[in-house]
Design a protein around this ligand. Structure first.
Ligand code: ZN
Ligand code: ZN
Length: 362
């Protein structure tokens, strides 16, 4: 039988789709291994995503370090990765709102759908997640692979204007920063302080500016001062000499202080720079106890809130917000095979500012 070029290509993809390349974490405290593994099989209500880009989040390092040991789960061997953008490769029999070729990304945290948080659209706070965590890239296979499956309801369409590599970091880093600033109640004309200029903070500067805020960046890395200004910060404060709180008060104090750092000492210091009626938002998962003086918080009517990431609604909003306000992550791209190099760079704080792997680069 003679086949034309197009048919050859179709057969080739079908043959290839049974197996795929993936970066697998066999167990904690080990490097990832690039392996040939079965492509996920999808159920009636799933989609298979061809992964063009997957951002590398600090949480991926935490997983490799054993973060999940506190949950009653042993997901290993695991394919990490939860900042996924790509195209729909196949849809389940009962999926009628997506079709092969559609550009999507994956919301990756699957709530129970029944608790009061899920029912109010806040499944990122799902009560059952504490004991039964179901999240792609954390306890279920994620996006360090050529293909990944998700329930179709969690495949979010990408604005046509966003490239895959640009879109991917919004699925955790951008989402978290958007949800943090939205939930802080930040309004135009207020002063937002972004603490820690990395994968999250460099997006927070841009998002806060798009909210109409005066933006102060706090960093302990000299080289990042100029970068923070290029990203849109109106002021940059150095966190190296222990006077951050005073420096922030000299600028008038922060209506919102958004902390992305894992440096606990810096968090303690920036708290002093919070304005009356101000909100401190914590997003960096770091252990420690904050010195909260009730009198200061009562007299100043201040708040402290924690944000893990955001809801599907927040994700929809931030994707639209990103292209409308021309918000761009600064990315370094790598082939999937270099994932261990990426993890090492992230550990050493060398990534500027988000690393993205491209399992399907064509
Ligand atoms: Zn993440
Ligand atoms: Zn729930």
């Amino acid at each position: 039988m003679l086949l034309n070029a197009c048919e050859h290509l179709t057969l080739g993809n079908h043959a290839k789709r049974n197996r795929m390349k993936a970066a697998v974490l066999e167990y904690v405290q080990q490097p990832l291994t690039i392996k040939d593994v079965p492509t996920p099989t999808i159920g009636d209500q799933d989609v298979l995503i061809r992964v063009h880009a997957c951002g590398v989040c600090h949480t991926d390092l935490h997983i490799a370090d054993g973060l999940l040991s506190s949950f009653a789960t042993n997901p290993f061997p695991l394919i990490p990765g939860h900042e996924v953008a790509g195209t729909v490769e196949a849809v389940g029999a009962r999926v009628d709102h997506l079709k092969p070729g559609d550009r999507v990304g994956a919301y990756w945290w699957f709530g129970c759908g029944r608790c009061r948080c899920c029912l109010s659209g806040q499944e990122q706070a799902c009560i059952t997640s504490q004991s039964d965590l179901r999240a792609a890239g954390l306890t279920l296979d994620g996006g360090y692979a050529e293909y990944m499956k998700v329930p179709a309801a969690y495949a979010m369409r990408l604005p046509a204007e966003l490239d895959f590599v640009v879109a991917a970091p919004f699925f955790c880093a951008g989402l978290t920063m958007y949800a943090a600033l939205k939930n802080s109640g930040l309004r135009a004309g207020q002063r937002a302080v972004v603490v820690g200029i990395g994968g999250l903070g460099h997006l927070a500067i841009q998002i806060a500016r798009a909210f109409g805020a005066e933006v102060v960046a706090v960093t302990s890395t000299d080289e990042k001062c100029e970068l923070a200004k290029q990203l849109g910060a109106h002021h940059v404060v150095s966190a190296t000499d222990g006077s951050v709180g005073k420096q922030l008060l000299d600028l008038g104090g922060g209506d919102v202080v958004l902390s992305t750092t894992l440096d606990f000492q810096t968090i303690r210091e920036v708290m002093r720079g919070l304005s009356p009626l101000g909100t401190l938002v914590l997003t960096g998962m770091t252990p420690g106890r904050l010195p909260l003086d009730p009198r200061t918080f009562i007299l100043g009517q201040q708040r402290v809130i924690g944000i893990n990431f955001g809801s599907r609604q927040d994700l929809h909003e931030v994707l639209q917000f990103a292209f409308r306000h021309n918000i761009h992550p600064m990315v370094e791209t790598y082939p999937l095979e270099e994932i261990n190099t990426v993890h090492q760079r992230l550990k050493k704080n060398e990534v500027r500012f988000r690393a993205v792997v491209t399992p399907q680069s064509e």
